[in-house]
Design a protein around this ligand. Structure first.
Ligand code: CA
Length: 235
């Protein structure tokens, strides 16, 4: 399997240079000069690594990294002309795996890309954890672990949990949650959400009577109380 690298860089010359070096090294390459398109491409195409320029015309590289991290654990290498130490720290704090300062030699970039791909196993991972590992979700294998115990959610419970964990802390109304599971449930009564939440709590809460994972927000809906762990905590 050929690993695929997404190059996000608005400067045409640099983009083409990186593309040709990476392809020459046997990697598949996608490119874009837009931060918004980069976020969409990560969702749609699941690249194995993202080379991300910090200075983009539409969205800053920092914000692109933050958006990507909400849904993906894809390794990110940041590219920047800035040499400020603060930027380096910001980049790493946002979940970048490495940092390359311009001007760089394309050979160096290829070596760093290969090193990060080796570390990440060369394969994409979709494993995410929440609340210091209390909840671990792997979308590829469709497995769920709560408090260290494997859990077997129904398709509707799974979709519900995917919605809630997609934006930790955000309150989802019952109507929104109905939309997420409508694929397999035709009676779109909002009441059904309460039933699914109740069943899901039995599977994932240490004490379903005192929920600490999925919180009921009265008059509004439900939200995930656990926050997303940094990538390393998921293993
Ligand atoms: Ca730029």
């Amino acid at each position: 399997v050929v690993a695929c690298v997404l190059v996000v860089e608005d400067e045409h010359k640099i983009r083409q240079l990186l593309r040709s070096y990476l392809q020459h090294d046997g990697l598949a390459v996608m490119t874009t000069g837009s931060g918004a398109e980069a976020i969409q491409t990560v969702q749609d195409c699941a690249p194995d690594l993202v080379l991300l320029d910090l200075r983009l015309p539409d969205i800053s590289g920092e914000d692109v990294a933050r958006e990507i991290r909400r849904t993906s654990d894809v390794p990110i290498i940041m590219l920047t002309a800035k040499t400020d130490v603060d930027d380096r720290i910001t980049g790493l704090r946002l979940g970048a795996d490495d940092y390359i300062t311009k001007p760089f030699s394309p050979r160096e970039v290829v070596l760093r890309v290969r090193a990060v791909l080796r570390r990440s196993g060369g394969a994409r991972t979709t494993r995410r954890s929440y609340g210091d590992g209390r909840l671990v979700i792997d979308e590829t294998t469709r497995t769920l672990t709560a408090w260290g115990r494997p859990v077997d959610p129904t398709p509707s419970e799974w979709d519900l949990l995917m919605a809630l964990t997609g934006s930790p802390g955000r309150v989802f109304s019952r109507a929104e949650l109905v939309q997420r599971i409508r694929g397999h449930e035709f009676e779109g009564y909002e009441r059904i959400i309460d039933t699914h939440v109740k069943n899901l709590r039995r599977k994932i809460e240490p004490d379903p009577a005192r929920p600490e994972v999925i919180e009921t927000v009265h008059g509004a809906g439900y939200r995930l109380t656990l926050s997303r762990d940094p990538r390393t905590a998921a293993g």
